[in-house]
Ligand binder design. Sequence first.
Ligand SMILES: Cc1cc2nc3c(=O)[nH]c(=O)nc-3n(C[C@H](O)[C@H](O)[C@H](O)COP(=O)(O)O)c2cc1C
Length: 172
Amino acid sequence: MSTLVIIAHPNLAESRISKRWVQELQKQSGVTVHSLYEAYPDEQINVAHEQKLLEQHDRIVLQFPFYWYSTPSLLKKWLDKILTYGWAYGSEGGKLQGKELLIALSAASVEENYQHDGRNRYTIEELLRPLEATSHMIGTKLLPYFVQYGAGVLTDEQLEQSAQKYVQAVIS
Ligand SMILES: Cc1cc2nc3c(=O)[nH]c(=O)nc-3n(C[C@H](O)[C@H](O)[C@H](O)COP(=O)(O)O)c2cc1C
């Protein structure tokens, strides 16, 4: 199984969770780590390169910090540019059909806030519906979401546990 992890963090060097997750991923064989903001500081995405990378892997992971209940903007742009008609979907498309898709994100809010009576009003599953629908449209098999809540209150020990659990979710 070959796995491509697309990282979409605008400031990976100063991040805590994403950076730690990436460090752990880089120890794994069969895992390609691809950081969009580092690859494209001018945000000009090389579509052919991205599509080739995707075609070469069996499992695709989208890793990002939750930004306004969604993905950071470069990942949205990446989705818009890469998932084209005739490649990702349509009668001549389906290039990602059957591949596995793992969505992995970190969020500042604690899990209790992602409830109908909590301050974010909706669950993470509800807020991630656009990605779920996208996965359905392109024919990928959506794996259970990997979510690290409570970024601001996460202890170093919890972060280590999170990194270990995340790697297992990515490689198993
Ligand atoms: C522009 C922006 C928007 C954010 N929106 C949310 C949000 O909607 N929900 C949430 O729980 N956290 C939100 N956060 C907090 C980030 O998700 C959090 O800082 C990040 O996941 C921490 O991971 P890191 O250590 O890898 O940077 C936001 C942060 C920024 C900068």
